[in-house]
Design a protein around this ligand. Structure first.
Ligand code: GDP
Ligand code: IMO
Ligand code: MG
Length: 432
């Protein structure tokens, strides 16, 4: 029997989704990206190959996988082509294995220019975006002026629409943001030379996936970013420009959720990180934060920015479980906590007036004024990196994992103990 599973981040991104999706890819035939764009950076280390993927789904290193980019993804043709080249260099062929939706909005250089101009102008709240142009690309989609992959079928119309859009962006860039205008011919040159290659990858994604499910094939829907960066349910306005929650898998691929998705796996880091601005209630500003940052190599896979670090926030994760309907969690980077004397889990927040709250508020004004309440657990001061059996973990590590499981109220079915594919403990395999 085929199974389809959504795998996504339960915190603020970079939970280790890429590693886990690559690890589970042998159990499926298709991996589908359904939202976000190249703001995502999903790192995979097989043991012999290391790669950070931004657009192409994380199953691609497995020869049998068909990699799908659904309509919900904003697609930079330049980044896609670069990624295909990088894969070619490590002997991974993408030929007839990567399919894209004709409905993907194209992300072009004027989106990047607008994203950067806005962030630098400080006129609006500085989100600390990745500078990839994601917000403006989704704005174009919602405003119904986006150029989509399918527009490339009619180059005459495409070039004329592009002229209008470049004019629209240049008006804002020059008159409002006092920046240099974008050159129409440069934008055209980003797309025209590769138009046929892109169109060669176009397919009816909804139909492919529907047929796959009818033939009892299995699918992983690969989330990008994290639930708390969701544009509706996250820490608005410090969020990304899409819905990152599990419901997005349906919208961004053209497959209805009911009767089609069997399982939603939330990927959670054993502590918390966030890159960019916005609230992080359990943030650490001391040497423990610095230690976890170094040990966990917490630098953004897309921008190289240092990630902010905090203790595990069970209030935030419980909220994430609710908005995603997670079946279970996968706990990653447990090895990064190896050197600590004690480890904290945030179990509630205290408001300024002394009241305790147990529900994550998704209004940032409230979040800014909360004090985390911690449960303190003993550290283990032993190596867990690469441990492959739960019962080989120190008993304090086992206790930490079981305690998190109890507090969040759903099972932790997979534990990651290192960057490499095989450094994974499976307590319950969602595909078996
Ligand atoms: P993603 O965006 O959720 O795919 O996560 P990223 O790839 O941006 O960041 C996660 C980082 O942690 C990557 O560098 C991974 O190689 C690394 N990683 C994943 N799982 C583990 C783990 O269990 N232990 C350690 N030490 N590193 C891990
Ligand atoms: P993966 O898939 C972590 C953050 C940015 C910024 C906010 C908005 O690797 O987990 P955007 O460029 O999307 O408009 O920026 O969202 N952000 C991420 N943080 N991991 C990501 O992706 C992210 N993608 C966007 O840092 O705070
Ligand atoms: Mg990442």
């Amino acid at each position: 029997m085929g199974k389809s599973i959504v795998i996504l981040g339960a915190q603020w991104g970079d939970e280790g989704k890429g590693k886990i999706i690559d690890f589970l890819a042998p159990y499926v035939q298709y991996v589908v990206r359904y939202q976000g764009g190249h703001n995502a950076g999903h790192t995979i280390e097989t043991g012999s190959k290391t790669i950070t993927l931004h657009l192409i789904p994380s199953g691609i290193l497995h020869q049998h996988i068909t990699a799908i980019i659904g309509n919900g993804v904003v697609l930079s043709p330049v980044v896609l082509m670069k990624e295909i080249e990088i894969l070619k260099k490590i002997n991974v062929s993408t030929h007839r294995r990567v399919f894209i939706s004709a409905s993907c909005p194209l992300l072009l250089s004027y989106h990047v220019a607008m994203d950067v101009a806005r962030e630098n102008s400080k006129i609006f709240k500085v989100v600390g975006t990745t500078g990839c142009g994601i917000g403006p690309a989704y704005e174009d989609k919602i405003s119904r002026r986006a150029l989509r992959v399918g527009d490339l079928y009619n180059i005459k119309n495409f070039t004329s629409k592009l002229q209008d859009i470049v004019g629209y962006y240049n008006f804002q860039l020059v008159s409002y943001y006092k920046k240099e205008p974008i050159d129409y011919y440069e934008v055209l040159n980003e797309v025209l030379p590769i138009a046929n290659v892109l169109l060669g990858m176009v397919s009816d994604i909804s139909d492919i996936l529907d047929n796959a499910l009818r033939q009892e094939k299995s699918i992983i829907f690969e989330g990008a970013q994290g639930s708390l960066l969701d544009v509706d349910h996250g820490t608005y306005p410090y969020v990304t420009a899409t819905n990152t929650v599990s419901g997005s898998a349906s919208i961004g691929s053209g497959i209805g959720l009911a009767r089609r998705v069997n399982y939603v796996l939330g990927v959670v880091k054993a502590y918390t990180t966030r890159v960019g601005n916005g609230p992080l209630p359990t943030e650490l500003f001391d040497e423990i934060g610095a230690l976890l940052c170094t040990k966990g190599n917490e630098f953004g896979s897309t921008t190289g920015r240092q990630r902010r670090i905090g203790w595990f926030d069970a209030v935030a994760v419980r909220y994430s479980i609710r908005i995603n309907s997670f079946s279970a969690c996968c706990l990653t980077k447990i090895d990064v906590l190896d050197d600590l004397k004690e480890i904290k889990i945030c179990i509630a927040y205290r408001k300024k007036n002394g009241d305790l709250i147990y529900n994550f508020p998704n209004f940032i004004d409230e979040l800014d004024n909360l004090e985390p309440i911690y449960e303190i657990l003993p550290g283990w001061n032993k190596n867990t990196a690469g441990v492959l059996d739960f019962f080989q973990l120190p008993k304090e590590t086992q206790f930490y994992i079981k305690r998190i499981e109890k507090i969040i109220g759903i099972p932790i079915n997979i534990i990651s103990t290192g960057v490499k594919r095989f450094e994974t403990i499976v307590l319950c395999n969602p595909f078996l």
